[in-house]
Design a protein around this ligand. Structure first.
Ligand SMILES: [Mn+2]
Length: 344
């Protein structure tokens, strides 16, 4: 994806190549599929995957170069393609990988270019994220439909994982299922105890063709008090107000600060950022917290205010994935946000 932009960048920065190691999320990004093996070279003339004989993938726009004796053939490859100045992804590089590259090339960090490149999504990327969101909505509806079968948070987590594999390419991160007072821990790990009464936070997403979704809904097990309903509706109103305020060019931090203002005295219970970009990674640019990032066209990010009160044991979070088109925007996760109460 966006390989022509890379060529322009190489020219501008006088680089011979961008060199990426496996495990860099940019691997998936550029080949357009889930693949994280070997090394990737993006040069002005062509794009290469430098691989052991164990792999022989076919990606359009990429040539596979197999090595048998790594050291010799790596040197020969670099010489043949005249790679002297190489751009690296400093954010996704092991110390030993960097010191290896340093022995062979003059290095320049291009991690910022790569993060920026991925912020605005292409049509194809948007399609994939939308598909991931659709499956996420489906799984949420299936959780509600099957609720009487679940005894523990772990039961629900397992259900999410199975459905994510059946309906998509698996989960996008370890699902959070937090019932009762567990919900005050924003990143609670699901346990095998009886589900507790009260609010229950369900935060999960799936992967579809390398692209991720991330949604949170908070339901209530039992019957909420008027006070509890009021807190829930406050979080919901803030979430919707922040979605409404999001627009191209707006500084992400301003939106975050706006949410704090709306929380008022309750801002002390909102302990994380307002949201984050999603794409091939679950957290990418922009960061809707303390950051210098601005919202751009075709940005996809989450809006997820939360309320975590240790004293009362109440935890609530509501999260949607939002696509910023020109003047319009689209909320990609469409599950109902009205407070849903389920039987204990
Ligand atoms: Mn999130």
């Amino acid at each position: 994806m966006k390989l022509p932009e890379v060529k322009k960048y190489l020219k501008k920065e006088k680089l011979d190549a961008i060199v990426l190691f496996n495990k860099s999320p940019n691997f998936n990004y550029f080949v357009g599929e889930e693949f994280e093996h070997g090394m990737m070279f993006l040069t002005k003339k062509g794009n290469y995957l430098f691989l052991s004989l164990l792999y022989s993938p076919k990606f359009s726009g990429f040539k596979v170069v197999h090595w048998n004796k790594f050291k010799e053939e790596f040197k020969a490859f670099a010489r043949k393609n005249r790679i002297k100045r190489a751009g690296i992804d400093n954010n996704n590089l092991l110390v030993k990988q960097k010191s290896f590259l340093r022995k062979h090339f003059e290095l320049a960090d291009c991690s910022e270019f790569l993060t920026d490149l991925r912020q605005s999504k292409t049509e194809d990327e948007i399609k994939r994220i939308k598909a991931a969101c659709k499956v996420t909505d489906k799984i949420f509806s299936l959780i509600l439909k099957n609720f009487s079968k679940f005894k523990t948070e772990k039961d629900i987590m397992t259900f999410i994982k199975i459905k994510a594999l059946e309906l998509a390419d698996g989960i996008s991160f370890e699902p959070i299922v937090a019932s009762g007072s567990n919900a005050v821990v924003a990143h609670h790990v699901p346990d095998a105890k009886q589900l507790k009464r009260g609010f229950m936070v369900l935060d999960f997403g799936v992967k579809y063709k390398g692209y991720l979704s991330d949604m949170t809904r908070t339901v209530y097990i039992g019957k909420p008090s008027e006070k509890e309903k009021a807190i829930y509706n406050k979080v919901l109103e803030i979430q919707e107000a922040c979605i409404a305020k999001a627009k191209i060019g707006l500084e992400a931090e301003k939106l975050y600060k706006h949410s704090l203002k709306l929380f008022g005295d309750d801002a002390k219970y909102f302990i994380h950022g307002l949201g984050h970009g999603i794409g091939v990674e679950i957290h990418e640019k922009p960061s809707l917290g303390k950051s210098k990032d601005a919202l751009v066209k075709n940005d996809v990010f989450t809006i997820e205010p939360g309320y975590y009160n240790q004293k009362t044991g109440i935890g609530i979070r509501i999260e949607d994935d939002v696509l910023l088109l020109g003047k319009k925007k689209e909320v990609l996760t469409k599950s109902s946000k009205k407070l849903i109460c389920v039987k204990p």
